[in-house]
Design a binder for this molecule. Sequence first.
Ligand code: FAD
Length: 406
Amino acid sequence: MKKPDIVILGAGYGGVMTAVKLQKILNSNEATITLVNKFDYHYQTTWLHENAAGTLHHDRTRIPIKDVVNMDKVQFVLDTVVSIKPEKKKVKLKNGEVPYDILVIGLGFEAETFGIAGLEEHAFTIDNINNARLIREHLEYNFAMYHHEDEKNPGRLNIVIGGGGFTGVEFLGELANRIPELCEEYDIHKSMVRIINIEGQSTVLPGFDPQLAEYAMNSLESRGVEFMTGAMVKECQADRVIYEKDGKEVEIPTYTTIWTAGVRANSIVEESGFEHNRGKIEVRSDMRAPDQDDVFAVGDCALIMNEQTGKPYPPTAQIAIQEAETVANNVKTLVQGNGELESFEPNLLGTVASLGRGDAIGDIFNNWKLFGWKAVIMKKIIDNRYLLKLGGVGLLMRKGKFNIFY
Ligand code: FAD
């Protein structure tokens, strides 16, 4: 009998952890496992804001797939998924096609711009290594250009971040550290540079504990960040951003708008005709698509309702990693054709947001609030724990974060 083809799309947290677990629990003679990704490395999305600000080199964030996946057990295909054809059980790639018997969709997220004029064309997004690297270079270029032009142009030194959610706040923290370094390097006085956050709600980190959100704002303000809360971005152009607050439109000259205010699942899910809820596959408790017994979704492509709150669980790396465990176990059960599929039970350990060098906030283990260095240590434990789980002590030693002062 032909071995079933298991195809995993995307090597983010959900996809790569599914592959790593499957290579351990399935024998090579039981199934063929194929992992498709558009880069030959896995990157830690949760570190991209540091790469974008230039406080951490992107080579610390990316991990060659061959370093964590056993290429004797998993076939790796370096290609871009174009669409999925569930009725034909095929995945169309830029350079070919892959058939599957069991599919795992882990294609992650993309920026949601809500149709705001000019954002797609002119704003930057922090969603992969290439874009993070582009932001870092763009910041430096504008600092360099400031002294190069005869007429001083404040737009070169105004940096606007749209959105004060988790990603926006973490990025602001890194910028607050990076900008003084850039000022020194390019002979620019710190007072010339503005870091402006535009957030629609009345506070940053909406949904987070208010005391922690206030701490975050105070910490960032003390390092020069300006907050425009209750303000909506209306339009972005190459050299300005326009926002509305209290019924008035305000224009900020800037060449650097970074949009962090919205994410959605990879649009391939919706375009491939899967039944979806706001672009995500609302999976059954065993992580399978509602009408497809051979298709699993993991990470930001999957939507799971929290029965207690009636709201979906937020898209996080933490949940993606936990889901991968269930997906791998259930794929194995399908391949072996015996036993019941297990239900996914999230184990929410809490959230820790970095605020840049030496500062962070956290809400962990059911309402234990952390501030400052304690939260910094917790953040590093979380990051290092993932590396250990993914690639063992060797990977932890190569990529881990051990300096608590940075
Ligand atoms: P991803 O990790 O995004 O991986 C998707 C993979 O699919 C990528 O490898 C990509 O290359 C690949 N891919 C995409 N499209 C294609 C295609 N067409 N063809 C082939 N391959 C493709 N969560 C937390 O829990 N804690 C945090 O502290 C935290 N911080 C964050 C900070 C930032 C700056 C950001 C942006 C997010 C943060 N998140 C955090 C959220 C978290 O990163 C996501 O929820 C998580 O990455 C989702 O994992 P995933 O496996 O679904 O997708």
